[in-house]
Design a protein around this ligand. Structure first.
Ligand SMILES: C[S@@+](CC[C@H](N)C(=O)[O-])C[C@H]1O[C@@H](n2cnc3c(N)ncnc32)[C@H](O)[C@@H]1O
Length: 287
């Protein structure tokens, strides 16, 4: 599946050849195993294969293929309570026509399994900064014959190869908040979305009222971890700042973070407080 693409740096249109995309200075962006790559290994946070294998082994998973398969079937399992609150949300996203761009799909794969289960003809453009993630999702979807309408693109969400006003729908599940400079990624989304195009986010945000009650020492430690701006401003404020109009939002669950699972919870715990994470669904439109 081909897509009109631009150079992420110069923003000039790229020419497609069989194995690469070319800009007018003859710089090539390679297509590796069917995946156009717009970032080099030095920008791929998962590039160290040995480290990745070690992390997988420590979490008891045999290899990358097994991990992605496991995540795919878990997302589809009716027993998986984690995905249940998303059912209506996924129907809401799919009720909009057009292709869906998935930002930072991660090993978890966001809602890709559920999008394809509900609408196997939907065109999906699947992104991450990590090449192996895209490679393994592509392999899995190809094995189960669900890949014919899916394009995988390795790029930095803050600097994309997507032409301006070219995308109908953007989705992300704990994706944008995990991109260190995600204001840039939101600005970029505003650029490549068409007018009336929509962005759908499922993101976790810490409970600001608990944070406010912490002593200054704890606040400083948390700020050092996730940045003051990210505590004081939630995704709704950030989307508005970029120019989006919020059309829907809903808190779907609150989770008490365990100190052994989260640094923020550990810091709050040291000062006698339990930290709560709210999961929020947000739909916004480019007016
Ligand atoms: C926590 S995961 C996202 C969760 C995932 N969407 C899910 O549903 O499980 C974070 C992902 O963001 C990716 N990422 C980080 N920075 C990025 C960027 N600038 N552009 C695109 N992806 C990025 C990482 O490679 C990683 O796979």
């Amino acid at each position: 599946m081909n897509q009109d693409l631009i150079d992420p740096i110069t923003k000039e249109p790229l020419l497609y050849y069989k194995d690469y995309y070319l800009n007018k200075n003859n710089n090539k962006y390679p297509i590796v195993n069917g995946i156009p790559c717009f970032v080099g290994p030095e920008f791929d946070p998962w590039f160290d294969h040995n480290l990745r294998r070690q992390e997988l082994a420590e979490s008891g998973v045999f290899d990358e293929t097994t991990l992605i398969e496991q995540n795919y079937y878990q997302a589809l399992s009716s027993k998986n309570v984690y995905y249940q609150p998303y059912n209506k949300w996924i129907q809401r996203i799919l009720s909009n026509p057009g292709s869906i761009l998935e930002i930072a799909c991660g090993p978890g794969g966001s809602f890709i399994p559920l999008f394809l289960k509900n609408d196997s003809d939907r065109k999906l453009i699947v992104n991450d900064l990590g090449f192996w993630i895209l490679e393994q999702w592509k392999k899995l979807l190809s094995n189960i014959h669900l890949d014919s309408n899916v394009l995988f693109l390795q790029f930095d969400a803050c600097n994309t190869p997507l032409p301006s006003s070219s995308i109908n729908l953007v989705n992300s599940h704990a994706g944008f908040s995990n991109i260190p400079n995600h204001m840039d990624a939101l600005k970029e989304a505003f650029r490549y979305l068409r007018n009336k195009g929509k962005i759908f986010l499922a993101e976790g945000e810490i409970d600001i009222s608990i944070y406010n009650k912490l002593p200054q020492k704890a606040k400083t430690q948390i700020e050092e971890k996730i940045g003051k701006e990210n505590i004081e401003k939630g995704m709704i404020d950030k989307l508005k700042e970029v120019g989006f109009k919020i059309t829907y939002s809903e808190i779907i669950r609150e989770i008490t973070l365990k100190p052994n699972e989260s640094t923020i919870a550990r810091i709050a715990g040291n000062f006698g407080k339990k930290m709560i994470l709210r999961e929020i669904l947000i739909e916004a439109i480019k007016p």
